[in-house]
Design a binder for this molecule. Structure first.
Ligand code: FE2
Length: 225
């Protein structure tokens, strides 16, 4: 009887040990996920493409002309703005911006020589670094929406502040896009502020402005930035 009791007690200990080990294993497996969530902006697949800049960050200009956006007969689109710090009024110099978008067919078409994230993001992409006044500008052509889908046409943007990890903000969208419905507008997170562009036709090109507010609606954004 005593012997049986001992076996049962040992068995219970073993069960407890197994439970503890299972918990530890679960914790180990989920730690990287928690780590991702604590990053400013949360998890972001593909944000690391910002590090594929063809020149070192400190050599980037405030102006980018997106290569391969040379569709015949289309008017270029120039987008400019000021990046502000979290206080909403101090210009933020030295912020890296990475943008990419679909071509006139709505695809992220990549060149044959494409490497890394260019294969997924396509070859119409560019990098900028805000100047002392926090200004940035890029020139491209208006992208087309994904064919056969209801997503509005958009330009993706990832940003990197000098002392913070990279994170994505709301995509640039087009106010006159019929796919940008009231329902979709209501669901926008406005990360970094609104990304909806109002295009002005200035004859030879379209112009649009978007200011960016660092940390605005960005989860885990540090308070000391
Ligand atoms: Fe997209």
């Amino acid at each position: 009887m005593i012997y049986t009791d001992k076996i049962i007690t040992n068995h219970k200990h073993l069960k407890n040990l197994r439970s503890i080990l299972s918990y530890l294993l679960l914790l180990l497996l989920t730690l990287p996920v928690f780590g991702q969530d604590k990053k400013a902006g949360g998890p972001c697949e593909g944000c690391e493409a910002i590090y594929e800049s063809p020149v070192p960050f400190d050599k980037l200009d405030m102006l980018a002309k997106l290569p391969d956006a040379t569709w015949n007969g289309k008017k270029p689109l120039a987008i400019n703005g000021i990046v502000y710090k979290a206080d909403g009024k101090t210009p933020a110099p030295g912020v890296i911006l990475y943008v990419y978008h679909t071509d006139e067919t709505g695809h992220y078409t990549a060149k044959e020589s494409a490497k890394g994230w260019e294969k997924r993001h396509g070859s119409i992409r560019g990098w900028m670094r805000t100047n002392a006044k926090g200004e940035y500008k890029f020139v491209t052509l208006r992208p087309a929406p994904y064919p056969g889908h209801t997503d509005p046409a958009h330009i993706h943007i990832t940003i990197k502040e000098p002392t913070l990890n990279e994170y994505y903000i709301d995509e640039y969208l087009f106010d006159d896009d019929p796919l940008l419905t009231a329902d979709k507008r209501a669901k926008l997170e406005n990360r970094g502020g609104s990304g909806i562009l109002k295009l002005k036709d200035v004859g030879t090109m379209y112009k649009a402005e978007r200011n960016i507010y660092l940390g605005k609606n960005i989860p885990n954004y540090p308070s000391n930035q």
